[in-house]
Design a protein around this ligand. Structure first.
Ligand code: TPP
Ligand code: SF4
Ligand code: MG
Length: 297
């Protein structure tokens, strides 16, 4: 028998977002705010979600939002927290909500500073694995093998030949109290981790894989399925790092990576040997994650 959901029915993202059909980032915001409630202030830099709330005076978000420059989310949430502290407001959660480009690339130094200062805020990276808002350019979070408009297939260099940055390991090295990966295919787990993060003080980090139909060259109807397959193939494992200790929260079936790539045109040019090398790297990352869990680090 299916258990009763613990996800609140109340919505904090209303219809009217200007995101594309099937946008995973829309679901990331929806589950995040269900976990946090309306005593939340967001800061969002340049990215798809800077546009998605809508055109003034329309707004699909029920919570206040401070826009900031592309590179400045870490600084903006530090300022918001300091201002609330001066006013004696302690029941509001400050959230930085940024894309992968705004986090692992241009926003990395500001976020690193906020983490090092133990800023009392939650930083959410929605990871659609490229600079989508400006036309699908590669980022440091684009996986090896993927097509983007700046890693075009067919010229002498071809698809992206560099690996995805391990942002969770980067955040673990900052010794923050809590970091977790979440998936829009597992909303119960998603909201549970957000609630846990909410109750912890200091800098918390949430990494959400965020399927992007136009950027991943797939049908909008496959968005959630692809997110589920990312977990089942160990492409995007679900785990937490709490006070330095790694806990895998869903083992996944270990399906072949072709189950994940087959829906996505951004991988369709790859030869079977290239797919095999992706498989080897996923298997290695998965073994390393389990070893970290076993050793308590
Ligand atoms: C300093 C600066 N450089 C470039 C831009 C142009 N720009 C706006 S959004 C964006 C892409 C953001 O990528 P990401 O953070 O991954 O979010 P996504 O668009 O994928 O949601 C870029 C390059 C900018 N606004 N500011
Ligand atoms: S380009 Fe991708 S991330 Fe941006 S709104 Fe469309 S589906 Fe969402
Ligand atoms: Mg992006």
């Amino acid at each position: 028998m299916m258990g009763k959901t613990t996800i609140p029915e109340e919505e904090f993202v209303f219809p009217g977002s200007t995101g594309c059909p099937g946008c995973g980032a829309n679901l990331v915001m929806r589950y995040l705010l269900k976990g946090l409630g309306d005593r939340t202030i967001l800061s969002i830099p340049a990215c798809c979600w800077a546009v998605m709330p809508g055109y003034w005076p329309s707004n699909c978000l029920k919570v206040p939002l401070l826009y900031t420059a592309f590179e400045a989310t870490g600084a903006a949430i530090s300022g918001l927290r300091a201002a609330l502290d001066i006013k004696g407001i302690q029941d509001v959660t400050v959230v930085g909500f940024a894309g992968d480009g705004g986090t692992v690339d241009i926003g990395l130094q500001a976020m690193s500073g906020a983490a090092e200062r133990r800023t009392d805020a939650i930083y959410v990276m929605y990871d659609n694995e490229a600079y989508m808002n400006t036309g699908i350019q590669r980022s440091g979070s684009t996986p090896w093998g993927a097509w983007t408009t700046t890693t075009p297939v067919g010229n002498s260099h071809g698809f992206k030949h560099e690996s995805k940055k391990d942002i969770m390991a980067i955040m673990q090295a900052h010794r923050i109290p809590y970091a977790a990966t979440v998936s829009v295919a597992h909303p119960e787990d998603f909201v549970k981790k957000v609630r846990k993060a909410k109750d912890i003080k200091g800098f918390r980090f949430i990494h959400a894989l965020s399927p992007c139909p136009p950027g991943w060259r797939m049908s909008p109807m496959h968005g959630v399925e692809v997110a589920r397959l990312a977990v089942e193939t160990h492409m995007f494992p679900l785990y937490e790092i709490e006070d330095g200790r790694v806990v895998v929260t869903r083992k996944g079936k270990g399906l072949p990576i072709t189950e994940y790539t087959k829906f996505q045109g951004r991988f369709s040019h790859l030869t079977s040997q290239e797919i095999e090398s992706i498989q080897e790297s996923i298997d290695e990352n998965w073994r390393n994650l389990l070893a970290k869990e076993a050793s308590g680090t």
